[in-house]
Design a protein around this ligand. Structure first.
Ligand code: SF4
Length: 218
């Protein structure tokens, strides 16, 4: 792998939940609209969950901070592209789940339909993979087809608030750490989730319990 591969920083302190990233993901990957059409559940969060055709979802959560102020927090859910991916560890076919040599992207390929999807999904600490009609595991592919053509992932391209940054892992790690320091005044609990274990680095301003997001077991 070239150096340490690639990573992406999701800075939730900059995200205002416009969901341009959600739309861009659907558009670039030619993913069908959710069916049946989701109904209003009294929240802006839509659709309610990931699916075989919904690889990226912005979750919403309202909480009260210790000082009594209200937090309306947004967090992106999608494959974290784990460094030592648990999903790959349970595959029985070396080609069904691969790790891209240049980026480190974890790719679920044609071939996962021959395996126990339940084993793949259960192995994921973030409950990401979803099964399609052919029994195949589907999830974010880091827009590998864009990266290999010199482009950034579609979500990073679409974000109007610079909340998503893609690049060399070492640069992204340094950026994440610097950003945690920079926002300490407003967010003393700022942290980067699973910093050393994943390529999708999610920076949270408030404690993780203030977000609707599955975190890796401690
Ligand atoms: Fe695999 Fe889940 Fe990690 Fe993605 S987040 S690489 S699906 S274990």
């Amino acid at each position: 792998m070239a150096a340490n591969g690639k990573s992406m920083l999701i800075d939730t302190t900059k995200c205002f939940a416009c969901r341009s990233c959600q739309v861009a993901c659907k558009q670039w990957n030619e993913l069908a609209a959710e069916s049946p059409v989701p109904t209003n559940r009294g929240t802006y969060e839509n659709p309610p969950d990931l699916s075989a055709t919904q690889w990226l979802l912005i979750h919403f959560k309202e909480t009260e901070r210790a000082d009594g102020s209200m937090a309306w927090n947004f967090a992106r859910n999608s494959c974290r592209h784990c460094i030592d991916a648990p999903c790959k560890q349970v595959t029985n076919n070396a080609d069904s789940i691969t790790v891209d040599a240049d980026t480190g992207a974890v790719l679920h390929n044609a071939g996962t339909e021959s395996e126990s999807f339940n084993a793949i999904r259960s192995a994921c600490p973030f409950d990401i993979p979803r099964k399609d009609a052919d029994g195949r595991s589907r999830k974010c592919r880091m827009c590998i087809d864009r990266i290999t053509n010199g482009e950034v992932p579609s979500c990073a391209k679409a974000c109007p608030s610079d909340a998503i940054t893609f690049g060399d892992r070492d640069d992204i790690l340094a950026m994440a750490d610097a950003r945690v320091t920079a926002v300490q005044g407003e967010f003393p609990n700022a942290t980067v989730l699973d910093r050393d274990a994943v390529r999708l680095l999610i920076l949270l301003g408030d404690p993780a319990s203030s977000y609707k997001l599955q975190t890796a077991p401690a």
